[in-house]
Design a binder for this molecule. Structure first.
Ligand SMILES: [Zn+2]
Length: 422
């Protein structure tokens, strides 16, 4: 006898399953919009996992027991929990003062010359205690959870010395243990050269390779990331660093083509990177090359709130990427400088407005493809039996309202691992 369901959501106006695509690759091309929606459906959980998903007409009443918790979600959409695949979660302080100065016309370079920008966050992060950093990370995770994020990638990168970078990774992992949102760690010590290595980026990378990477376990910190850009790290330095990281067993990520087309995305895809992030300056031809080099598995993570917040006109040409067959995901890039927002719905909306994604494509980009971008596709990103029961009850009856109510949070209830978070 199969066990009774522990938790059952029934009478949903729509169940956005995100199921039906190829099992071995992220969604690309027309597949990005071609996943299954069930009208008048249910989702049943058994313990931590999804047990069944389908139309109400196919619900097995024999699996409803006296202890089954039944939630009527009439008039509402059910969908997988959001997967936030690119954040800089752990940092000290904030830069509200700089934001005001920028709005009053000071340039980023002026602010940098006055000791501001990323280096001001590095100073505040180094000076913060573990407990202060942990409390800040927990505060932000709680904010993400309220927006429906159930799995989140967290990068280090505001320590820029060996000891602080290791501390940031430990804080992110502790934050993951203290609350229900699943945290996946990435090492981004190669964010920019540390202030002690000004003008010596290759020496800084050598220090990370000698002093930090050997201390990390790829089962706890699965990814190594680098910022490939003028003023950060060159394509050649990035290649050498990522190659070494790959030899040590890490998955690879890159921040590339944010401000210039240098070829960082292409280089990382050739090394088998799981994602290439930003891509604002990646051309359609470049996207086709990345899709080919990555064999359809390298995901372009697009961050539409960054150009918005930096008041830039150039957005990644997401529509062209999709037509070139490049899988895309969306993220906030939550960080204290270029995007202090946890609202992944707003990122989805701006992607529709500025990058040409359709609502269905954008929804796949914040769920299943975002899960692929952090190697979590076996656990989350779609509503399918056997996956972790991470799902959202939304306060709208139709998915097309999700990009429509600009800036609104549509999340009514969040379920993580079969637990209904009140
Ligand atoms: Zn970033």
């Amino acid at each position: 006898m199969p066990q009774p369901y522990s938790l059952l959501f029934c009478h949903a106006a729509q169940v956005l399953t995100l199921a039906g695509g190829p099992p071995d690759k992220p969604l690309a091309g027309t597949d990005l919009a071609d996943w299954r929606i069930i009208e008048h459906g249910y989702v049943a959980c058994q313990g931590e996992a999804i047990a069944a998903v389908g139309p109400m007409s196919e619900l097995d009443a024999g699996r409803i027991g006296p202890d089954t918790r039944i939630v009527d979600v009439s008039g509402r959409v059910l969908m997988p929990g959001l997967v936030e695949c690119h954040t800089h979660l752990v940092f000290g302080g904030n830069r509200a003062d700089e934001f005001q100065r920028k709005l009053q016309g000071e340039s980023y370079l002026d602010i940098l010359a006055a000791g501001g920008g990323i280096l001001s966050t590095v100073r505040k992060t180094r000076a913060a205690s573990d407990e202060e950093l942990l409390q800040s990370a927990l505060h932000h995770l709680e904010g993400f959870r309220r927006y429906g994020v159930t799995t989140l990638e967290a990068k280090s990168g505001y320590g820029l010395d060996a000891a602080t970078e290791l501390r940031l990774l430990q804080v992110a992992q502790e934050a993951g243990r203290r609350q229900p949102v699943r945290v996946v760690s990435t090492f981004l010590g190669a964010h920019v050269p540390g202030p002690e290595y000004k003008g010596r980026p290759a020496d800084y990378l050598d220090m990370l390779l000698a002093e930090v990477l050997p201390e990390l376990n790829p089962t706890e910190v699965p990814f190594v990331d680098i910022f490939c850009e003028e003023g950060a790290f060159s394509v050649d330095d990035s290649r050498r660093y990522l190659q070494r990281a790959r030899e040590l067993g890490f998955g690879l990520k890159i921040h590339a083509e944010q401000l210039h087309e240098l070829g960082g995305c292409q280089m990382a895809a050739e090394l088998g990177a799981i994602s290439v992030d930003h891509c604002d300056y990646l051309s359609a031809e470049g996207a086709a090359q990345v899709a080919a080099a990555g064999q359809g598995r390298t995901v372009a993570v697009l961050l539409p709130l960054v150009p918005l917040y930096l008041r830039q006109e150039k957005y990644a040409p997401g529509r062209q990427f999709i037509e070139a067959g490049l899988p895309v995901a969306l993220s906030t890039d939550f960080n204290p400088g270029s995007c202090p927002s946890k609202n992944l719905w707003l990122a989805l909306q701006v992607a529709c407005l500025k990058m040409g994604l359709t609502p269905r494509e954008a929804l796949a980009a914040v769920t299943l493809n975002a899960a692929w971008a952090i190697g979590q596709q076996a656990n989350c990103g779609s509503l399918e039996p056997g996956k972790r029961a991470d799902l959202l009850v939304l306060s709208v009856p139709d998915y097309r309202e999700l990009p429509y109510w600009l800036g609104e949070n549509p999340v009514a209830q969040v379920v993580i691992g079969g637990q209904l978070e009140e």
